[in-house]
Design a protein around this ligand. Sequence first.
Ligand code: ZN
Length: 287
Amino acid sequence: MPEYETDEPVLYRVEEGVAWITMNRPKFNNAQNSQMTYALDDAFRRAVDDTDVKAIVLGGAGKHFSAGHDIGSPGRDTDVSFERRLMWEDHVGKPGAEFLYTREHEVYLGMCRRWRDIPKPTIAMVQGACVAGGLMLAWVCDLIVASDDAFFQDPVGKMGIPGVEYFAHPFEMPPRIAKEFLLLGDRMPAARAEQFGMVNRVVTRDALKPTVAEMAARLGQRPSLGNWLTKQAVNHVEDLRGKRTGMDAVYHMHHFAHAQNELVSGDRLAGLDAASMAKSNKSESKG
Ligand code: ZN
């Protein structure tokens, strides 16, 4: 069994109709293991079930929003079974490429889609690194507010993989910028992300929380059903433009690349771990 932290991986509190969900592995820059993923799902469920909650904020404790999927902390738990939330079989014990394909269907693609469809408005509050898997968590939220020290990055091209599992890149940014983002894998500062609308607001670090609190409070004062219908409307149109079907196709390319890595180097991540990714990218993670 992996060595879990004693602290809760996700914190939850409600203040004046707003659920504040906080990823809480600051020691590992909030690297997302399965334990955190299922705790996030529990927290979102709790916020949905509470009729007093009108808006949801997703943030990360510490310096960074999220360094991405856990590929190197002591709490890495890819081989552990959890009670699944979607209609797949357990990935544990599956042979060959089926193991990762099944797992990522559940914990990455499936969960992200589930959270995108939460019937209450969501805001990602992003500071510091928002890397690889971290992008997916910010992108599933309806609004993104970033501090001016925030940066976005998808370095998985280094592993020969065409981007993270929730392939929203060409919807979150213009296609040519998405190509640059993926092909070069550089950090994108929040200010640049704001220029083409990937981020709603960029504020100072001190203003981050108050700005998000003010927006969440305003969302909470608006009609709940209207909020739900509005996000469904935009999500639906994105899907008509091909977001869902595109993501389905690219998910399979992603897994072809994982399988190729395994065949060529014996490692699904092409021999790269958190430390080597951090060294080569000046960031911390991905999986
Ligand atoms: Zn993957």
